[in-house]
Design a protein around this ligand. Structure first.
Ligand SMILES: [Zn+2]
Length: 433
C-alpha cells in the first residue's frame, strides 16, 4: 500500500517535471539526416576506419621521417604516388634549402618566445620540469601560445638515444632511423582539386609529413598526413566537383621550425589569384581563402596523474580540438572558420565532438595566420595540454602504429570527417549523378 502510494507520488512528480521540461524547451527531435546535405553525407560515408589506418601504416614504413634523410625523401615520393593513385594527379613540389639564412617572417616572434609561448616541446619548460614538480599554491605551471597550463604535467622532449638515462632503443627502430640528417635541399609536396566556377580561389588543407624521435611518427604526424591524404582521395573521385579549389599540402621541416610552410608562404604568397598564362583560366596559386592544419589527431587520454603517468585508456570525454590564434591579424575570420568546422562536426562526425579554443600555436598554420584565416585541428589543445605532457608518445620511440587502439584511430577518423564535411560545405561540393 505504502509503496503503491509512493509510486503514484513519484509518477506524478515525474509527470510534472516532464511538463515543466517541455514548457521550457520544446524538444522536437531532429533526425541527423535532416541536418545533413545528402551530397556531403555521401562524401563522409566514403571515409573508412580501415583505409585511414592503412594510410598511417603506409607512412610508418619510413620510420620517423626525419627531415634531411633518405627515409624522409622516400616518404615524400610515396605520398606523391598515393595522391596520384587517388586521382589527384597534378602534384607539385616546393623546393627550399634547410638550414636557410633567409628570415621566415620578420614580424613573427621567434620560435619559442613571445606570443609563441614558453617553448617548443623539448626545449621549453617540459624538459626541465620532471613529473610531479611541486608548484606551490599555484597549480598553473606554464604558458604556451597564450594558453595557461593548469594541473598535473608530465615530461616532454625529443628522445635522444645517447642522452644520459635514455631508455634503450628497439633494434628495429634503431636500424630504421639510423641515418642522420644532413643540410641541403628540402621539399614539400601538394596536389590541387580545381574548382569548377572559382578555380582562382582555394582552401589549403595541410599536415606535416616529417617527424622525429626514433619511432614511426605514427601520430605526429602520420595521423594528420593520413587525414589530408584521405580527404584528397574522397575529393579526387571523378564524380565529385567543387565550385572552389582545394589544395592538399604535406609540409616538411615542421619539427625544425615550420620551415616547409614558411618556404611555401614566402615563395608563393605574391602569386595568389594570378592567371598564368593570361586567358588560360589557370591559376598556379589560387587566392588563399583559409588554411586548415592537422597535427597529432589520435591521442586524447586525459591529464597525467600526480605520478606523471597518463592513462593507457582513451578518456570518455575525448574530442577534436579546433584552435585559432586570438592574437593573429585574422583572429575574427579565423574564429568564424573554427565555428564552421565545429558545426560540420556536429552534423557529420559519427563518434566524437569538437571544441574550439583561441590558442593555436606551434604548427604550420602559424605562417599563414596573419595573412588568411587559419586554424588547426588536434587531439588536444597544443599549449595547455600537449605542451604539459598529456601525450606520452610525443617525439618518442613509442609513437609507433602498434601503440594505438581503434578508439585512437577513430578519433582521427572523426577529425577527418569534420574536415571533409566542412571543406565540402565551404567549397560547394556536389556529386555528379
Ligand atoms: Zn606535429
Amino acid at each position: 500500500m505504502r509503496s503503491t502510494r509512493r509510486m503514484v507520488v513519484i509518477a506524478g512528480f515525474i509527470a510534472v517535471v516532464g511538463l515543466i521540461g517541455r514548457a521550457q524547451e520544446p524538444v522536437t527531435p531532429v533526425p541527423a539526416a535532416a541536418r545533413q546535405d545528402p551530397n556531403i553525407k555521401t562524401l563522409v560515408d566514403r571515409l573508412d576506419l580501415e583505409k585511414y589506418k592503412a594510410t598511417i601504416k603506409g607512412l610508418t614504413q619510413f620510420g620517423d621521417r626525419r627531415q634531411g634523410t633518405d627515409r624522409n625523401r622516400a616518404a615524400i615520393d610515396w605520398i606523391e604516388a598515393q595522391l596520384k593513385s587517388y586521382g589527384c594527379t597534378n602534384t607539385e613540389r616546393v623546393t627550399y634549402t634547410y638550414p636557410s639564412a633567409a628570415a621566415s617572417d620578420p614580424d613573427a616572434p621567434a620560435r619559442g618566445a613571445g606570443a609563441g609561448g614558453a617553448g617548443r616541446g623539448g626545449r621549453g619548460r617540459g624538459e626541465t620540469a620532471p613529473a610531479g614538480t611541486p608548484a606551490g599554491n599555484d597549480t598553473r605551471r606554464g604558458r604556451e601560445g597564450g594558453s595557461t597550463q593548469f594541473g598535473e604535467r608530465s615530461r616532454t622532449g625529443v628522445y635522444q638515444p645517447d642522452a644520459p638515462g635514455a631508455a634503450p632503443l628497439d633494434p628495429r627502430l634503431q636500424a630504421l632511423n639510423a641515418q642522420p640528417t644532413t643540410p641541403g635541399e628540402r621539399q614539400d609536396v601538394y596536389c590541387t582539386k580545381i574548382g569548377t566556377t572559382h578555380p582562382e580561389e582555394m582552401y589549403i588543407i595541410g599536415g606535416h609529413m616529417d617527424g622525429h624521435g626514433w619511432g614511426e611518427a605514427a601520430n605526429d604526424d602520420g595521423s594528420g598526413t593520413a587525414l589530408v591524404m584521405e580527404v584528397a582521395r574522397v575529393f579526387s573521385s571523378p564524380d565529385v566537383q567543387t565550385e572552389r579549389s582545394i589544395r592538399f599540402v604535406l609540409w616538411n621541416n615542421e619539427e625544425t621550425g615550420l620551415n616547409g610552410a614558411w618556404a611555401y608562404v614566402n615563395q608563393r604568397k605574391d602569386l595568389q589569384g594570378k592567371e598564368n598564362p593570361a586567358g588560360s583560366n589557370k591559376y598556379p596559386e589560387p587566392k588563399w581563402l583559409g588554411m586548415i592544419q592537422h597535427d597529432m589527431m589520435m591521442w586524447d587520454h586525459g591529464m597525467p596523474g600526480p605520478d606523471g603517468k597518463v592513462s593507457p585508456e582513451q578518456r570518455r570525454e575525448a574530442d577534436v580540438d579546433i584552435e585559432f590564434q586570438a592574437t593573429s591579424k585574422t583572429a575574427d575570420a579565423s574564429q568564424k572558420l573554427a565555428w564552421a568546422f565545429k558545426e560540420a562536426n556536429d552534423r557529420y562526425a559519427t563518434d566524437y565532438p569538437a571544441s574550439v579554443g583561441p590558442h593555436m600555436t606551434n604548427t604550420d598554420s602559424t605562417p599563414f595566420m596573419n595573412i588568411v584565416p587559419a586554424i588547426s585541428l588536434r587531439e588536444n589543445e597544443r599549449g595547455m595540454q600537449i605542451g604539459a605532457g598529456w601525450d606520452p608518445n610525443w617525439h618518442q620511440p613509442s609513437d609507433v602504429f602498434t601503440t594505438y587502439t581503434d578508439k585512437d584511430f577513430r578519433l582521427g577518423l572523426n577529425a577527418t570527417q569534420t574536415t571533409l564535411a566542412a571543406t565540402a560545405e565551404l567549397t560547394g561540393a556536389t556529386i555528379k549523378k
